[in-house]
Ligand binder design. Structure first.
Ligand code: ADP
Ligand code: MG
Length: 654
């Protein structure tokens, strides 16, 4: 027999009063003033507003007022708008599946009403509404007032009825910062809408609307570029490349069901150089809604895998357009999380989109947008000025990529054929004659200097210009249409060699070169063992390293791309890397690290004198090599100094 134990006092089961239900619900939706701002701005956008003004007092704790010029609320529906589960946005489960508005749960206004003093001032275009109406949320009293079409919702004394919540609020400045961030997230998605934020009577942020024709279809990227520059600063956009995937599609166009076009990705991705130590400039949108999503974050980061090492965080504003039936937005009360029906598909699309944007050689944009003239931004039609003045150093940032087909890209193949293996260029003639047998490609030139045709074209024709000098064996100086180009020659060449190796490896066609006299070296037992056990992996990499004696290895074959380097040093570091990994399962990441090591050995060393022709050959290769704007470690390989920047250095007015 169990001993009797005390039970809690029995209480009756009751339905909770509406007010309390709303207050409980409000806990999910409204965490702080910024949550109210987000909900009210959501509503204004859903009402079709083109201008939204947010007024705050005391960080939004005393007052949040959001005014819009949208469609307004009919007098007859006004009291209902404040009720729980009252919405004009969905009427059935079917509607919920394809919802295209920011709101749909019909909770926000009711929740806010339960924890603050709310009034709504609104007017529609409807002929029955000769004037506006003011609704007092507490008393339910309706009064006629004057106003033009649109709605103003005022929220006073947040959490006045729930002091416990109020205690959790941070300082006014912190709350204000969160409110601004909430508006900023909307602003980045809607360039056609103007935003203004006032705090305690002072204008703290203003982003003018881009004309709606510009914010659509083909021009969407231009509009976004403008808005991003406005909101995040010119530096963000001058160091970002346009993303548009699938490439030939018009960004932002409605995703359609059934066809292949149900997924689109567009926006801007910062170059690796612009990465930050924190992930605070990563904006991702799904069908216009700001989201935090692991799939998107991971996909975007993986697109930088190859160009951004360590813990640097890329910056980007990415927009995913997806058939609404393929994404569930109703998984989180504040809708900041979503669930994709097929997250692999989304992951791939984003990764491809960003990779593709980052890999196009940005040198080509020197043609499209001469940096020093301030033409970094697209030709905007309205009057908002985009501040392009920069100091001489900042101005040296590479110009943004333009995704339109460039005249440059069309010449790519031609150049690809004219300029042969850089390996051939770098290898000193003497070394080549005693080491190399016939190169694979019969058309490959034998002598380094015959290879690159010195450009006879005017300077302006080549994005990276015409080489004029080499500086201390480290930098190449070139003259292009914009001014001076400075190239870190080792970093640039390393990248080219790396990309080439990767390409060849992907195609299972690493072109190799047999050494006439195998290069032998004293090896450790571990090196010998690795060489023996990894014959196949080595062969894939274009290397043949065979034991010569129990203590000696011989390098017989090297990738032609690396034929100019030191075969022994190459063999040693590849063996060292292979020993670390399970050779047969060299994972993608390990493989790329391996290739980077190899590239470093094949790349032209600092302090090597180059002829003008060799320098020009390197510049031309950079222009056609993917990701050539960064070295394998994510550092820039070249910088542009425009004439204006140079003039500024010399205080020379023009
Ligand atoms: P939801 O946005 O999920 O529908 P809300 O509680 O935020 O729920 O708003 C309830 C309804 O009030 C909306 O569906 C809309 O019809 C109306 N409404 C709210 N704010 C505005 C506004 N700024 N302009 C026009 N209608 C609005
Ligand atoms: Mg809403």
């Amino acid at each position: 027999m169990n001993a009797p134990f005390p039970l809690p006092e029995r209480r009756p089961i009751r339905e909770l009063p509406d007010e309390l239900i709303s207050q409980i619900a409000a806990g999910e939706v409204v965490e702080r003033p910024a949550s109210v701002v987000r909900e009210l701005v959501d509503n204004a956008l859903d009402a079709g507003a083109r201008q939204i003004t947010v007024r705050l007092q005391a960080g939004g704790i005393r007052l949040i007022s959001v005014e819009d010029d949208g469609g307004g609320i009919l007098r007859s529906e006004l009291p209902t708008a404040l009720k729980r589960h009252a919405t004009s946005k969905i009427a059935s489960l079917h509607d919920l599946e394809s919802v295209d508005t920011m709101g749909f749960r019909g909770e926000a206004l009711a929740a806010i009403c339960s924890i603050a003093e709310v009034s709504v001032l609104t007017r529609t275009d409807d002929p029955s509404d000769a004037h506006g109406w003011l609704l007092d949320g507490r008393s339910g009293e309706l009064q006629p007032t004057a106003r033009s079409r649109g709605t103003t919702v005022e929220v006073r004394e947040l959490f006045f009825a729930t002091p416990a919540r109020r205690k959790f609020l941070k300082s006014e400045n912190t709350e204000l910062a969160h409110c601004i961030e909430a508006v900023r997230r909307h602003a980045l998605a809607r360039p056609e809408v103007g935003f203004a934020i006032w705090h305690d009577g002072k204008l703290v942020a203003q982003w003018r609307s881009v004309s709606p024709d510009l914010a659509d279809g083909e021009h969407l990227l231009d509009a976004l570029r403008r808005r991003l520059a406005d909101v995040l600063g010119d530096d963000f956009i001058s160091q970002a490349v346009a993303v548009n995937w699938p490439v030939d599609d018009i960004p932002g166009e409605a995703a359609t069901t059934g066809g292949h076009q149900r997924l689109r990705v567009w926006g801007f991705a910062g170059v690796p150089d612009a990465a930050r130590s924190r992930a605070d400039w990563q904006f991702a949108y799904v069908n216009g809604r700001f989201v935090r999503d692991k799939v998107i974050t991971h996909a975007a980061r993986s697109a930088y895998e190859d160009v951004l090492h360590g813990h640097r965080q890329p910056v980007y504003a990415l927009y995913v357009g997806i058939d609404p039936t393929r994404v569930d937005v109703n998984v989180h009360p504040t809708k900041i999380e979503v669930r994709f029906r097929d997250s692999r598909e989304v992951h791939q699309a984003i990764r491809h989109a960003v990779e593709n944007a980052l890999s196009a050689p940005r040198a080509s944009s020197a043609l499209a947008a001469p940096l020093s003239t301030g033409a970094v931004t697209a030709p905007f039609t309205d009057t908002t000025s985009v501040n392009v003045s920069r100091g001489p150093i900042a101005a040296g940032m590479p110009a943004p990529m333009h995704q339109q087909p460039l005249p440059w890209r069309q010449r790519e193949t031609e150049i690809g054929h004219r300029v042969s293996d850089l390996g051939a260029i770098w290898s000193p003639p003497a070394a080549r004659t005693d080491q190399a047998t016939a190169p694979e490609r019969p058309d490959a030139p034998r002598t380094p200097l015959a290879t690159p045709p010195a450009p006879t074209l005017p300077n302006g024709e080549w994005p990276l210009g015409r080489a004029v000098a080499q500086l201390h064996g480290v930098y190449i100086l070139a003259e292009n249409a914009t001014g001076l180009v400075v190239v870190d020659m080792h970093a640039a060449h390393e990248r080219i060699v790396y990309e080439r190796l990767k390409q060849q490896l992907d195609a299972h066609a690493v072109s190799t070169q047999s050494l006439l006299i195998p290069a032998t070296f004293a090896a450790t037992p571990e090196e010998v063992a690795t060489a023996e056990s990894c014959t196949e992996a080595l062969a894939t990499l274009g290397l043949e390293i065979v034991p010569f004696s129990p203590r000696t290895l011989a390098v017989r074959t090297v990738p032609s791309t690396l034929s100019g380097g030191d075969p022994v040093a190459l063999a040693r570091s590849v063996l060292a890397e292979l020993a670390q990994h399970e050779a047969s399962t060299v994972a993608q990441r390990a493989r790329n690290e391996l290739l980077a090591t190899m590239a470093c050995h094949g790349a032209v060393r600092a302090n090597r004198r180059l002829t003008i022709d060799e320098m020009n050959a390197l510049l031309r290769q950079m222009e056609v090599t993917e990701r050539s704007d960064q070295c394998n470690h994510g550092r820039p390989t070249w910088r542009q100094l425009g004439m204006k920047d140079l003039d500024a250095l010399f205080l020379r007015g023009r």
